[in-house]
Design a protein around this ligand. Structure first.
Ligand code: NCD
Length: 306
């Protein structure tokens, strides 16, 4: 049985197959409409979510399956003190596959150890968010036609942003990848990722504070929100929250073929006026998230559609 804890759980070849499957689903949705009939997906969300939970649910419904779950810790027995390991033992009796989001790093990994069904990590604290990474890879590959030879700007909260951490882990396996890390000093990428992931894989990167300095050389700009819920005090958050605001004026500095991605939700870091720019790809990205999660559910349940 396979789980998805980190994007590295799939080899590059397996990822290619998964993204190919997602592209086929996009082109031929009817072919997959009954693939998961009789199957159930449980969504256990101990932290807020809109896209990740609903796109997993939409994915299962599009495959002809059913969904059940909870969307906050307060509405589950976690509020009574039940452990993740006990909860997952129950859920294994109720569903065929489970997507779990938890504020604690490693909680989905604990769930795997006690589960008899595949577990998808739908975000664990500031650690990883592998299904967002699958979404990002599909979006980049669909828009740019490749996952190698790219200069990728990661901008915003690189310290706490789990989407950035997962995406870096996944992209270092492709050739010709270069990162520009754009953040305030306080929100720099943690050294364990700079050293253990970027340096170890000899991936070139540059750290800059000003977005304007990076924009002209980017193929992809990946914007992120300052992760309010992971700050230790509110003053720091208030000081940081509007550090970057991508607007029309700044977009003039960017190449014509650069795309702007954002895992969403956006707060202030992309002005609404940018939404009409053809390079703004964040809502398309959310759509790709459904196709890739359909492909993931099929893969983890080992269901093949001819
Ligand atoms: C992200 C997350 O939850 O980490 N959201 C998402 O799943 N699309 C990004 C964020 O919350 O900033």
């Amino acid at each position: 049985m396979r789980h998805l804890m980190s994007p590295l759980d799939f080899t590059v070849e397996e990822l290619d197959q998964l993204l190919d499957l997602a592209n086929d689903i996009e082109k031929n949705p009817a072919k997959y409409a009954h693939a998961c009939e009789g199957k159930k997906l449980a969504t256990l969300f101990y932290e807020p979510s809109t896209r990740t939970r609903l796109s997993h649910e939409a994915a299962m419904l599009n495959l002809g399956g059913n969904v059940l779950g909870f969307s906050s810790a307060d509405s589950s027995s976690a509020a009574k003190g039940e452990t993740v390991s006990d909860t997952i033992r129950m859920i294994s009796c109720y569903a065929d596959i489970c997507a779990m989001r938890h504020p604690k790093e490693g909680a989905p990994m604990v769930a795997c150890k006690h589960s008899s069904i595949p577990i998808i990590n739908a975000g664990d604290g500031g650690h990883q968010h592998p299904t967002q990474t699958l979404t990002d890879l599909l979006t980049i590959r669909s828009l740019k036609g490749r996952l190698n030879n790219l200069t990728i700007g990661l901008c915003g909260d690189l310290k706490f942003g789990r989407t950035v951490h997962s995406l870096i882990n996944a992209l270092v396996r492709y050739t010709g990848i270069r990162f520009i890390l754009i953040s305030p000093e306080e929100l720099r990428l943690p050294s364990y990722i700079r050293e253990d992931v970027l340096d170890r894989n000899e991936v070139p990167y540059q750290e800059v504070v000003r977005l304007e300095d990076a924009l002209p050389s980017l193929d992809i700009l990946y914007m992120t929100r300052v992760q309010k819920e992971r700050f230790f005090n509110e003053e720091d958050y208030i000081r940081m929250k509007d550090f970057y605001i991508l607007d029309k004026k700044k977009m003039e500095l960017a190449p014509e073929d650069m795309y702007v991605l954002h895992p969403l939700p956006r707060v202030n870091e992309i002005a609404v006026e940018v939404d009409d720019d053809p390079r703004a790809a964040y809502f398309r990205q959310a759509q790709y998230g459904v196709y890739v999660r359909m492909a993931l559910i099929l893969t983890l349940l080992d269901i093949h559609v001819d």
